[in-house]
Design a protein around this ligand. Structure first.
Ligand SMILES: Nc1ncnc2c1ncn2[C@@H]1O[C@H](COP(=O)(O)OP(=O)(O)OP(=O)(O)O)[C@@H](O)[C@H]1O
Ligand SMILES: [Mg+2]
Length: 374
């Protein structure tokens, strides 16, 4: 029988080993155990696409469930507070009192009652008091929170903050794209949420990636030597989605070469696998990320790609022959699309790994889209 490929290069899919998240998982667990007011009970997870936000939320939910907490997971959409209430009702089973409150919530929401937030608070309070009395608690997670309305987030934040003040067992974790979350928490965002424990999912150390690869191969009775292991780990750039892509395609190359007898992974398998992984990454991440950009934005990216490290915004303007001030909206657009990020005042760098390489390799084809010859 063929060995099953253990890697999972799919959004939201649980990886064979969750690399680089020990500290945050431990902090969350301590938060659950320690009691009301522990920092791990209020958390914000930020990172670019494919950095592992959704998977981390799932894992935190598992920890909470192991402590017999109830977990409500939602993805940002319209009427988020009402959705959370409906989910509470579902997980509460035939909890009559919650159901009654929900009818009140719905009725009031229809009339667009400004007191609506009080009602969401009441629904949560009833459930969480009961859970707390039984030594349990409630975890609410919101994914893709950058798509939520600021009013909804404020409503939920107010409710959660009240529950914490009442010493009830509530944990609240929200995850989203870095720039979007920062906007949400910006000037008139809820201060309470701005103080949430920040977990920014940036690069995972290559050493940890290598160790995870090795452990995954070993568990499946597959050998790999040191050089090949390092080569594979480095090709991931410490980026969660690439860990799965590289692992998956390296495994597949070895399997194509050896079939059922697959016992080891060679340097050649790694090299072939990395090429396939990068091709898939270009297709699923980078192509989509730069699709339909205005021409100035594309020019901006191509100008940045000429630098090996972070770019000075003044220098980019000079290179493009456009004044820095008239480029500021272009820069903002690129930041909001999570393609670039400020690294210091007046400096920006790419937010997605291999975007620079991709731009250099595809320069001609990209310019041709705008009818320009290089
Ligand atoms: N800590 C990790 N270690 C190894 N692989 C991981 C880790 N976290 C996530 N992955 C893998 O990375 C990929 C992306 O994970 P996930 O869908 O959670 O990312 P995301 O940040 O939610 O992305 P998006 O912004 O597109 O929703 C999946 O294939 C997942 O298995
Ligand atoms: Mg996600």
């Amino acid at each position: 029988m063929m060995k099953t490929n253990p890697f999972k290069p799919t959004a939201g899919a649980e990886p064979p080993i969750l690399v680089g998240r020990d500290v945050v998982l431990e902090d969350f667990e301590i938060g659950i155990e320690e009691g009301v007011g522990a920092p791990g009970r209020l958390m914000r997870i930020t990172g670019p696409r494919g950095s592992g936000k959704t998977v981390l939320l799932t894992e935190l939910g598992d920890i909470a469930r192991r402590h017999e907490w109830r977990v409500v997971d939602v993805t940002a959409t319209e009427h988020l507070p009402e959705l959370i209430c409906r989910r509470l009702e579902k997980t509460a089973g035939l909890d009559y009192s919650v159901e009654l409150d929900l009818m009140v919530v719905k009725a009031k929401a229809q009339k667009d009652d400004p007191q609506q937030s009080e009602d969401i608070y009441e629904v949560m309070e009833r459930t969480v008091s009961k859970l707390t009395k039984d030594g349990k608690g409630l975890l609410v997670t919101i994914d893709e929170v950058q798509d939520a309305s600021i009013e909804d987030i404020r409503t939920i934040a107010v409710a959660v903050q009240h529950l914490i003040r009442e010493r009830l067992n509530i944990a609240f974790v929200f995850a989203g794209l870095t720039a979007g979350v920062m906007n949400l928490l910006g000037e008139d965002g809820p201060t309470f949420l701005r103080r949430a424990y920040p977990e920014e999912l940036d690069t995972i150390p290559i050493g940890e990636v290598a160790a995870a690869f090795q452990a995954t191969f070993e568990k499946n009775d597959v050998q790999i030597d040191e050089d090949a292991l390092t080569e594979a780990a480095e090709a991931t750039a410490g980026y969660a989605y690439l860990i799965q892509l590289v692992g998956y395609y390296v495994w597949r190359s070895a399997q194509v070469r050896m079939g059922k007898l697959m016992k080891s992974i060679s340097m050649e398998d790694v090299k072939d696998g990395v090429v396939a992984a990068r091709r898939e990454f270009d297709r699923t991440v980078l192509d989509t990320a730069i699709a339909r950009l205005p021409k100035t934005a594309m020019d901006y990216l191509l100008a940045m790609a000429e630098n090996r490290l972070a770019s000075s915004t003044g220098e980019i303007a000079e290179r493009l022959g456009i004044s820095a001030s008239s480029l500021s909206s272009t820069r903002k657009l690129l930041v909001s699309r999570q393609l670039i990020e400020p690294t210091a005042r007046g400096y920006v760098d790419f937010s997605i790994p291999f975007l620079r390489e991709y731009l250099i390799e595809n320069r001609q084809a990209l310019l041709a889209r705008y009818g320009v010859e290089d």
